[in-house]
Design a binder for this molecule. Structure first.
Ligand SMILES: [Ca+2]
Length: 247
C-alpha cells in the first residue's frame, strides 16, 4: 500500500553564491558559471517533494520523489537547456542512491547530477524527476539550494513576415497568397465556378452568359451574310436615289 505522507515546494532562483559553489564543486570552469548566471534571467525553477510511505507484508518503507520544473521566461525559444541538482548528503550520500526515468549525468558522486531538458518553447515548462528510497525530512528539503539551470541557448527564430497579413481581396477569382509579407492575387483558371451560374474570367466573376461573346460562335458566318445583304440594299437604295433624282 502506498500512502502520500508529505509534500513540499520550493520556488525561486538560485543565488549567485549557490551557482558558484555548486558549479565549482562539480568541476565547472568560469565559462560555465557565466552561462549559468545568464540562464537565471531566462528561466524559473521549482522543486517539488512528495514522500510516500509504502507498506508491504507488515513492513514500512519510504520513497521520496523530487521533481524539478523548468519554465522558459526569456520570451524566446531556448535550446540545449540543462539543469543541475546538488543533492544534500542527508537525502542521498552517493549518486547510486538516485533513480530516475530521465537521463542524467553524474557530475560528482557527492551527488551533483545534471538533467537535460533539451528545447523549451516560449513559456513552456518541462519537468524532470528522481526518487530516493528514504523519507526526506522537512529539514533535508530545506538544505537544498534551488536547481541551477546550467545552460540555455536563446534561439533567434525567423519571423514570418506574413503573420497578421491579410491578402484576401474578397475576389473568388484570384488565388490569394502571401510571400515574405507581400500579397499576390493571381487570377484563377478561366471557367472556374465562382457562384451560381457564374464563372471566373480574367480574374473577375461574371455570369456564364456574359462570358459568351468572347467565345467563338457559329453565328459569325450568318453575320457576314447579313453585312452582304445590307451592303447590297444600300447600293440598291443609292442607285435608286440617283436614278429618281436624275429624272
Ligand atoms: Ca481572392
Amino acid at each position: 500500500m502506498r500512502e502520500a505522507i508529505r509534500s513540499d515546494t520550493s520556488q525561486g532562483k538560485p543565488t549567485s553564491e549557490d551557482i558558484i559553489s555548486i558549479l565549482t564543486a562539480a568541476g565547472a570552469g568560469q565559462n560555465a558559471i557565466e552561462k549559468a548566471s545568464e540562464a537565471v534571467g531566462k528561466t524559473s525553477v521549482q522543486r517539488n517533494l512528495q514522500v510516500e510511505k509504502i507498506t508491504s507484508k507488515g513492513k514500512s518503507s519510504y520513497e521520496s520523489k523530487l521533481s524539478i520544473k523548468v519554465t522558459n521566461t526569456s520570451g524566446k525559444k531556448l535550446a540545449n537547456v540543462k539543469v543541475i541538482e546538488s543533492i544534500p548528503k542527508s537525502v542521498a550520500k552517493k549518486a547510486s542512491e538516485i533513480s530516475s526515468a530521465y537521463q542524467f549525468s553524474v557530475l560528482k558522486d557527492d551527488p551533483i547530477i545534471e538533467f537535460s531538458v533539451e528545447d523549451l518553447q516560449t513559456n513552456e515548462t518541462k519537468e524532470v524527476s528522481y526518487t530516493v528510497k528514504s523519507n526526506v525530512s522537512q529539514a533535508s528539503f530545506d538544505e537544498y539550494a534551488q536547481p541551477v539551470v546550467s545552460d540555455a541557448t536563446e534561439v533567434e527564430e525567423a519571423v514570418d513576415a506574413c503573420i497578421g497579413v491579410n491578402c484576401d481581396d474578397g475576389n473568388q477569382c484570384t488565388a490569394d497568397r502571401c510571400s515574405n509579407g507581400t500579397c499576390s492575387n493571381i487570377p484563377v483558371v478561366d471557367g472556374t465556378a465562382c457562384g451560381l451560374g457564374q464563372v471566373c474570367q480574367a480574374g473577375s466573376c461574371v455570369t456564364e452568359q456574359a462570358r459568351q461573346p468572347t467565345a467563338p460562335t457559329p453565328q459569325q458566318g450568318i453575320d457576314a451574310t447579313t453585312i452582304g445583304i445590307i451592303v447590297v440594299v444600300v447600293i440598291v437604295i443609292g442607285a435608286g436615289y440617283y436614278y429618281f433624282k436624275g429624272k
